[in-house]
Write a protein that binds this ligand. Structure first.
Ligand code: ADP
Ligand code: MG
Length: 262
């Protein structure tokens, strides 16, 4: 642990919101209506280059919807999202991917008729690095990074949930994103698998990738996040350092309320 912590220290120090170009992603007043339902009611937040931002909140608070707005999977109703100062709205998902954003899904989406390796290779093609297009090497590298090299030639049907999530994770990494969006990658994993994933996410960040992750596993949020954003009913309820934010009385209230409702 101490060795890993000190290796990350220079990186943490380099994260400076006030430095020119310190902001990678800016969401401004992002609103999403599904019919009469306001899934997001005007979310404004910025993600700094090199940081890990956790998105937390009760079920239905709008976390996946925000990820879907950033990745272009649904159009916003209003608001704006910029990556490196350039607007992403109106872009198709593959165009957003080409700008350097990769994601995983809450329920992994693998192509069932393709091998694990082909699944990873395919999405490398949507990434910003055209050289990755034909690079089976790169796909294998990321599978190996996720501890799944020996599954490369199997079909997704032979994988368990943890492995499916990690293949999707490898697929996102193969696109060499500037910004990685992870939607509940730890949910349903055993404690050992969670530890493994925490370590992987640290290594990904240390390699320079900015990460926004949606998570219910609080020990992972505290272990990984530089800042945490709490959503409640489509609104940004709190934003700050993980430990302080999760102890904020209004955040505790929301979680207690959700627990009573469940
Ligand atoms: P979370 O990821 O925080 O659990 P979601 O972003 O999935 O929440 O959902 C936020 C709200 O938007 C919920 O009320 C959900 O039912 C609704 N919602 C999400 N996706 C759709 C959709 N495609 N069509 C209609 N309503 C949706
Ligand atoms: Mg969700």
């Amino acid at each position: 642990q101490p060795a890993a912590a000190s290796a990350e220290e220079p990186l943490r120090q380099s994260i400076d919101a006030h430095a020119p170009g310190g902001t990678l992603l800016e969401c401004e007043d992002v609103t999403k209506l599904f019919g009469g339902l306001r899934a997001l009611g005007g979310i404004s937040l910025s993600v700094r280059r090199g940081e890990i931002l956790a998105l937390v909140g009760p079920n239905g608070s709008g976390k996946s919807t925000l990820i879907n707005m950033i990745s272009g999977h649904f159009p916003m109703t209003s608001g704006s999202i910029r990556l490196d100062g350039q607007s992403l709205e109106t872009l198709e998902p593959h165009r957003v991917a080409a700008r350097g954003i990769a994601r995983t899904y809450q329920i992994p989406r693998l192509f069932e008729h393709m091998t694990v390796l082909e699944n990873v290779q395919l999405c490398a093609a949507f990434g910003q690095d055209v050289k990755a297009l034909n690079a089976a090497d790169s796909a294998l590298h990321w599978l190996d990074f996720m501890g799944l090299a020996e599954k490369a030639h199997e079909l997704p049907a032979s994988l368990n949930l943890h492995e499916r999530k990690f293949v999707e994770f490898a697929r996102a990494l193969a696109a060499k994103p500037k910004l990685l969006l992870l939607d509940e990658v730890l949910c349903g994993l055993t404690p050992t698998e969670v530890d493994q994933a925490i370590d992987l996410i640290r290594r990904i960040r240390a390699a320079g990738t900015t990460i926004v992750f949606v998570e219910h596993v609080m020990r992972a949020v505290v272990a990984l996040a530089d800042r945490v954003a709490v959503l409640d009913q489509g609104r940004l309820l709190a934003l700050g350092q993980p430990e302080a934010t999760m102890q904020d009385p209004k955040v505790i209230d929301v979680y207690l309320g959700a627990a009573h409702a469940a």
